[in-house]
Structures are given as C-alpha cells and as structure tokens.
Design a protein around this ligand. Structure first.
Ligand SMILES: [Zn+2]
Length: 308
C-alpha cells in the first residue's frame, strides 16, 4: 500500500507569494501532486521578526542555514524601515491560482509577524479581528471561504482556539504532533480538529542533523509507512532557494511509493480522532515555544465521518 504524506505549504511573505508559489504550483503540477497552501494575506512585516531574533542562538542559526540566502535580503528588511505591504493586495494572483488548480487553500495569518510575537498577549477581540481580516480578504481573492487555518510559527493559545472556532474552518493545523486530534484546553474540548505537522522543517534539520546534500535521504527515512505523516514546506525555502532539492525529493519519494495529499484528504481517511491536550514545548532549531499534541486517553468519532 502507498504511504501518504499530507503536504502543507506555508507562505509567510510577499516574496514567497510572488516567486515561490508559482514555482511550486508548476512543480506540483509536473509531479501530479495536490497539497494545502496556507497564505499570509495582510502586511508583510517579517523583516521585523527576523531582526528581533538577532541574539546568539539566532545568529548561529543564521550562519548555519545562511538565512540571508534562504530568505533573501528583501525579506530580512521588510517592515523594518517602512510599513510592510499588504500581500493579498499586492499579489493575489498566486493565491487564486492555487485554488483554481485544485489545491486546498487555508489562511496562515493576517500579520504573521504580529501573531508570532504577540499571540500570548492578544485578547479575544484582537484575535478575532486578526483572523477576520485575513479570512475576509482571502475569501475575496479565491472566491470561496478558506478551507482551513494554520497558526504562524506553530503558536496557538486556548483564547486563539476559541477565536478560530467562530470561523467555519473544516480543520486547523496549529501544532506539532502525531495524529489528528480534538484539542482539550482546561475543561474544554475545541470543535475544530487539529492536523499536526509530524516531520521537521528544512531549517530545523540542516546544519543540525544533516547537510543540504544529505537532507533528502534523511527526510525520506523519517517518513514511516503505516503512520500519520505531515510535511511542512515553505514557499520561501522549497519554492525558491531549494526548489531543485525539493524536485529531487518528490522524484525519490515517488520511486519509494510515497504519495502526497492535501491535509483535508488524509484527515478524511482517519477513522477515529482522539482528544489530546495542547501543550507548549520547546523544539530543537526553533525560537521560543511551539504548540504540541500531548496525550489524553479518550477517543471520539471523527465528526466528518458521521452520516449527514
Ligand atoms: Zn509561517
């Protein structure tokens, strides 16, 4: 039986939208693969984020992954000297193309930088406002409601989950983990299922456990048959600097009988969805905390599988 991997494509910046998404769309078409794109549609202030992180740990990471060549100087400076451009206004076409070419399309953020910097301090009205601005612009661009949501930098709080529940997302992908689950925070079980990313990203692995030359083989070995697999790639990385490397990865995966699907498709094939806690943990190669699935022994039925 073929091993299926959910393919999540995060788009954080204007450059990633403009340059990375069209290249990825062409590549995925050539490999006959559909995935799930998560777009950031509001102001691109990611330069602010990257400079804010200039401290020893981040400098080491910059040197290790050559962040300037990975992201491009325009991204490193974006939003630092002048207000960032609204990505969905400057470059809506790649988002529209992803939808018309049959990919699943979700919201990643209104302001990616603000979410990852301030999520812990955002009150319910601010959270709802951020999501609503992104939701409405993305809906206008693609001509239908976004299918799903993925939190920037794998950061979500109980208040964030409650704000997200006000929108008709079929599922969310806000964290790391092992299998789809309903998140429990405090006494509450939230109604949107979570589809966690299970595999590490390029910048977490390269320079730590492998080199760009050994990256594909290393990643392929992490994909386990019979397990739930979700890979996250970035339009800024796999769609620009590592495009050939990713092309090669898809070819090698194909030879090993590994197929790729949108997250909603692999979720729909999951018969039983557990409830799990959502914990804040630190992860190798990541700044600060990330949200992660944590065990809780109780199962409930996958709501999408119930007869209508
Ligand atoms: Zn992101």
């Amino acid at each position: 039986m073929q091993t299926q991997v959910g393919l999540r494509i995060d788009v954080d910046t204007l450059r990633g939208t403009r340059k990375g998404v069209p290249s990825l769309l062409a590549l995925l078409e050539r490999h006959r693969i559909k995935g799930t794109f998560f777009f950031s549609v509001g102001p691109d202030n990611m330069g602010r984020h990257l400079w804010r992180l200039v401290r020893p740990g981040f400098l080491i990471k910059m040197l290790r992954t050559k962040a300037a060549s990975l992201y491009g100087w325009d991204i490193l400076l974006r939003g630092t000297l002048w207000p960032g451009p609204v990505i969905g206004k400057k470059s809506p076409e790649p988002m529209r193309r992803a939808a018309t070419e049959g990919h699943e399309v979700g919201l990643h953020a209104w302001d990616h930088h603000r979410w990852q910097k301030e999520i812990e301090r955002m009150d319910p009205a601010t959270l709802t406002g951020e999501i609503r601005k992104g939701y409405e612009l993305l809906e206008k661009i693609i001509g239908r409601p976004p299918d799903c949501f993925a939190a920037p930098a794998w950061k979500v709080t109980p208040e964030g989950l409650s704000a997200l529940e006000q929108f008709p997302f079929r599922f969310e992908s806000n964290c790391r983990g092992e299998a789809p689950f309903y998140p429990v925070t405090g006494q509450r079980c939230h109604c949107h299922p979570q589809i966690p990313a299970t595999l590490p990203t390029y910048d977490e692995l390269v320079g730590r456990q492998c080199t760009p030359e050994t990256y594909n083989a290393h990643l392929l070995n992490l994909i386990q048959p019979g397990r739930f697999n979700v890979l996250t790639i970035h339009a800024e990385v796999e769609g620009i600097l590592c495009l050939n490397l990713f092309d090669n990865f898809l070819s090698q995966a194909g030879k090993r009988g590994i197929g790729f699907s949108p997250l909603g498709e692999i979720y729909a094939g999951t018969p039983e969805i557990k409830k799990s806690h959502l914990a804040q943990v630190t992860a190798a190669g990541r700044e600060g905390w990330i949200s992660c699935q944590a065990p809780l022994s109780e199962t409930c039925v996958n709501l999408e599988k119930l007869p209508q």
